[in-house]
Design a binder for this molecule. Sequence first.
Ligand code: ADP
Ligand code: MG
Length: 251
Amino acid sequence: MADPVLDIRGVSKSFGALKASDDVSLDLREGEIHALIGPNGAGKSTLIRQIAGALRPDRGRILFDGRDVTALPTAARARLGMARTFQISALAMDYTVLQNAVLGALGRRGDVFRFFRRVMLDRDLVARAEVALESVGLAEFRHLRASELSHGQRRQLEVAVALTLAPRVFLMDEPMAGLGAEGTRRLTGFLDGLRQQAPILLVEHDMDAVFHLADRISVLDYGSVIASGTVAEIRGHPAVRSAYLGEEAAP
Ligand code: ADP
Ligand code: MG
């Protein structure tokens, strides 16, 4: 089997007496969606932050494309192709869809707004931005402001922004949050195809979406991986049912 794109080995992180990550090992392989589920406070976001480089593990290693990135800052990991999407205020709401994608292609340097007119004349950047918008289905909305998009379309725009940098992996923390049933359905369909471009480590509460999308599921509880397997394996896992699915697996 091919080496994993992302390989998390024995990662631990404590906040005082609280073990938010307790010897977590998991990996992400080409072409797959690996879902990470678990109750509130289980340590899902903390793990994503360590993978992205926003938080340094106390112990353990994070390998990305075979390279140890444990000590690299967020920006360096992003340059290597780690795309963390769906963070609050990742979009410039007063700018158009196309301008947001161009900003993404630039690598979001803080100073770009001053030079924005000139940036928009850069044909390579604009072309890259347009290809990304095309691939998420937003090309026809390119001249709308980001603020005029629906919540679901904004999520797609965030993915387009990430795509301009040719990501090797996507890290997504609760992309369905705040979307209605229809928005969730559409974003689910979109993520389904996105795994072909880069594998996705997906933290998500919506279990219908998880069961529909995941090639593998890992379950976190009190910072530990208590189960990992296919959808069928996880649905039937007794410890998972009691720790997490109890209330949601009923019908
Ligand atoms: P999840 O995303 O699974 O809901 P989190 O990773 O956000 O869980 O949180 C895991 C645990 O770590 C929680 O008990 C949370 O309160 C705690 N925690 C997260 N970040 C910090 C922090 N910066 N300082 C102290 N405790 C934290
Ligand atoms: Mg969280």
